[in-house]
Ligand binder design. Sequence first.
Ligand code: NAP
Ligand code: HSE
Length: 436
Amino acid sequence: MAVPLRIALAGLGTVGGGVIRLLESNADLIARRAGRPVEVVAVSARDRNKDRGFDIGRFAWEDDMSALAARGDVDVVVELVGGSDGPALALGRNALAAGKGLVTANKAMIAHHGMELAQAAEASGAALKFEAAVAGGIPVVKGLREGAAANEIERIYGILNGTCNYILSTMEETGRDFGDVLKDAQELGYAEADPTFDVEGIDAAHKLSILAAIAFGAKIDFASVETEGISRLRAADIEQADALGFVIRLIGIADTETGPSGEETLFQRVCPYLVSRDHPLATVAGATNAVVAEGNYSGRLLFEGAGAGDGPTASAVVADLVDIARGITGAPLGVPADMLQPMPKADAGHRVARDYLRFVVADRPGVLAEITAAMRDAGVSIESLIQKGRPEEGGEVTVSIVTHDGPEANVDRALELLEGSDSLTEAPLVLQLLEN
Ligand code: NAP
Ligand code: HSE
């Protein structure tokens, strides 16, 4: 009889519950593929008495989850609690220090402390795996780290947050309100404990920083991700995008470029983009995620699948456990942590883009001239301009402008020129266009 891989599970919520159910229902198949059974021996969560829809009486229980790392009957600790620091990080550190494998779905913790945890894993020879931390059920970490290992990755980008994609595509299809659709995403178990992490782009930025490190051999640098979420979007932006032949999606995008002193620099950005309808990301709806990696030999690789939810995320967690049961460890980020490059943040000003600019302005003579003068003075060329307004006198109107290709710095300059203008009733919104 093969020796089982013995698991301690911290967190029995959406993902933890999914892992318990998956390990149970697919036990025979997993044992065959892993070469040995994968068995949960101990668990921890906040409330021992909560009804979770499965029996926890067969597992040992620890009130204090860090005690899981010290148990002699455990080979791998699975952390499914969340939070970049606090108990999750303490558990992760203790597990690796004790030479136990660590599997986690916690992108916040990997984005903030992944370098330290990878070094600890490499020092102790223990496995550190986090497939579920990026894009839920999609095997994109493995796909990049192993499947695309022969390639220079030129660019990586995609839809990395299921909650935002669910909100945007549902608003687009049904015309329902932002807050109303966010509530659905929370009920379906997609949203983070603090949903501002989803809607303000922070969760996608966590994931992007992890992917960028693997793709470009860079140190994880979450702090350098330029991040903007979807909370400023209005139904009018979605309608306007539609009229122009685009959909709006929250996209994370990263690439490298040569800096002014010849050094390699890293560009990482998360923000809403207008995605042209013929782009593969435009049809990605609901909580689906999709990641495009452009390899210099593979060409465009597209990874697509469920980005959140109990089943898909559990699938990624258990795939990591199967790897560990098979004896596969390896550098968590593809190359040893000490060999990852510290890449300075790229200066985005010279990057060329076509933009959608939305101004909400007072409905009075001269306002349009003021906006277009600022664009002229900053060297921004306008491709089209649409004004939509309320009929009542003195109301607000929305002015939407699409620019020709031009440097980002010019658009920034135009907005600086308009700063403080009493014609604008709210800060302008700038979205870039993502075309095929
Ligand atoms: P969740 O449903 O809120 O579950 C969290 C679990 O952690 C609960 O069982 C909770 O205990 C337990 N917990 C919280 N604080 C604790 C503490 N101080 N000590 C012990 N246990 C504690 O969260 P989730 O959605 O499963 O997410 C878990 C992790 O997976 C997070 O890092 C999240 O970002 C990540 N993730 C989630 C998804 C998704 O679709 N949900 C997808 C990918 C990654 P009680 O049940 O007793 O309250
Ligand atoms: N809150 C995350 C999302 C869960 O909506 O994508 C998956 O990481």
